[in-house]
Design a protein around this ligand. Structure first.
Ligand SMILES: [Zn+2]
Length: 282
């Protein structure tokens, strides 16, 4: 097991939130980030992921059904912002369902995933998917118009570094669209009634982002025009238009709708823009 400092503010100053599945979940007293500390070493975590996508009887089809609505909403957004042929990368693409959706819409869609089984299945379906972690990403600067990360950030050992990598490979005015669970409010509510649960899914989920910590880590990575919405809400159309059009006139028709119907309304979506001239960090 390894002890870590806060991924956002680097402080080593936490309060306990809860213990689940044998792991301590803590909250940074300075920025509010919730994370597992201590956590398993990288090689142990990697081995734990064998069979992760097949847990609870899930297969390639059930993942597709589970994520279908979320993929459709994101695809609707991207087709309104970018022309056909735009470059989209799905980080943590799993079986490549979203890559398939975007390819079908005429985008140049590709994906990366660290799971050999999932990448193999995607390749057999003719998709442009490669075996890679976000840390080892090999694409050059300004390679993509959009990067998506569906339920990925909470799994990563260094989410700030991953977001910096996403920033690096995005073109100016490029969009990052991501989705994360937000578990802490529900766990606190259940704890008040002494209801035991395993909602953090430790150690697979190493972090739990609130709207505030998600906004902060995206800004630290260089993103601007950051829009975060609860899973059950619909972003105000006019606000989205204003925010995104500041960075990209081509994005002025953005209508971003999101729904948490499939996932209990605890998730958060974020849209963030790489500005024309921002702090390029690696
Ligand atoms: Zn912190």
């Amino acid at each position: 097991m390894e002890f870590i400092n806060c991924n956002i503010c680097t402080a080593d100053d936490t309060r306990p939130v809860v213990s689940q599945n044998g792991y301590d979940i803590v909250q940074c007293k300075h920025c509010g980030l919730v994370y597992v500390n201590p956590r398993p070493e990288a090689d142990v975590l990697s081995r734990l992921y064998d069979g992760y996508h097949q847990r609870n009887g899930k297969d390639i089809h059930s993942w597709s059904v589970l994520m279908k609505l979320i993929y459709k909403e994101c695809a609707d957004t991207l087709t309104q912002v970018f022309p056909r042929g735009a470059d989209v990368l799905d980080i943590g693409c799993g079986y490549g369902h979203f890559v398939s959706v975007m390819s079908g819409l005429g985008f140049r869609a590709s994906g990366i995933d660290p799971s050999a089984n999932e990448v193999s299945a995607a390749l057999q379906n003719g998709l442009d998917v490669r075996l890679s972690t976000v840390e080892d990403i090999s694409f050059g600067e300004n390679s993509f118009d959009a990067v998506t990360m569906f339920y990925v950030l909470e799994h990563l050992r260094d989410p700030l570094y991953a977001l910096k990598r996403a920033f690096h490979i995005l073109r100016p005015n490029g969009l990052l669209i991501l989705r994360v669970p937000h578990t802490t409010p529900i766990v606190r509510a259940l704890s008040a009634f002494n209801i035991k649960n395993n909602l953090y899914d430790a150690p697979f989920h190493l972090y739990d982002f609130s709207p505030e910590t998600l906004r902060r880590i995206l800004a630290l990575a260089g993103f601007q025009s950051i829009l975060i919405t609860p899973g059950t809400a619909t972003l105000p159309h006019v606000f989205v238009e204003m925010a995104v059009s500041r960075a990209a006139s081509a994005a002025a028709r953005l209508i971003y709708r999101t729904s948490g119907r499939l996932l209990g309304g605890v998730s958060k979506s974020a849209v963030a823009v790489k500005p024309f001239s921002g702090p390029e960090t690696r």
